[in-house]
Ligand binder design. Structure first.
Ligand code: ADP
Ligand code: ZN
Length: 209
């Protein structure tokens, strides 16, 4: 099954994408993580993407489309995959269609703007292994430390309060039109983001049965 996770930044689509990936034994592909990795490795693409990312803007379509094209060609995508954070614009969705990629379901995690701001301000990440936590909703076992590797947790530069509002504006203008795009194709399933991650997960797993 090929699944897209749609939603505002910080809506929790990454967490849900990981759960479904495990349940179905298919890869979850996060363009955000791929870009951050490229950045950590000091590649040209990473350096180019950094200024957009830190400012809360989208990385240009041709860059992310190139990333996805390469990634979907990897053998582990043959039995299905989950896209987390791609597409984020109509041209990106059209590029997927043009590649001949058939999407089965588009799961939208719907969270109000007010809640998004709360969620992002509490988000913490492990720079080493990319795992995301939240100071209220997804606490690490030891405060400020990664469960997996023990690394010190940090705040992502694009989670700074001023940037969060810019990212929400970008979401409304460029990403939200994708709901209509996929609703028209009969693929959109909207899930209300719940306060407890486990409750959202239960809804998600039902949606991808
Ligand atoms: P979130 O979902 O919380 O916004 P991501 O890790 O998915 O976090 O994305 C972080 C940033 O990476 C975005 O704000 C954007 O700059 C860049 N990015 C990720 N995916 C895309 C995409 N499909 N198109 C353009 N930019 C992207
Ligand atoms: Zn870690």
């Amino acid at each position: 099954m090929n699944i897209i996770f749609l939603g505002a930044p910080g809506a929790g689509k990454g967490t849900q994408a990981e759960v479904v990936a495990k349940a179905k034994n298919i890869p979850a592909i996060s363009t955000g993580n791929i870009i951050r990795e490229a950045l950590a490795n000091g590649t040209d693409m990473g350096k180019k993407a950094k200024s957009y990312m830190d400012a809360g803007q989208l990385v240009p379509d041709e860059v992310v489309i190139g990333i996805i094209k390469d990634r979907l060609a990897e053998p582990d995508c043959a039995n299905g995959f989950i896209l987390d954070g791609f597409p984020r614009t109509i041209p990106q969705a059209e590029a997927l269609d043009a590649m001949g990629v058939v999407i089965d379901k588009v799961i939208e995690i719907d969270v109000s703007d007010e809640d998004i701001v709360k969620r992002m301000s509490g988000r913490r990440v492990c720079r080493k292994c990319g795992v995301t936590y939240h100071i209220d909703y997804k606490k690490p076992l030891v405060e400020g430390k990664c469960d997996t590797c023990g690394n010190e947790l940090s705040i992502r530069p694009d989670d700074a309060p001023e940037t969060v509002l810019d990212r929400l504006t970008v979401y409304h203008e460029l990403t939200k039109p994708l709901r209509g795009y996929y609703a028209e194709q009969g693929k959109l399933i909207t899930i209300e983001g719940q306060d407890k991650v486990a409750d959202t997960t239960a809804l998600t797993l039902k949606a991808v049965e």
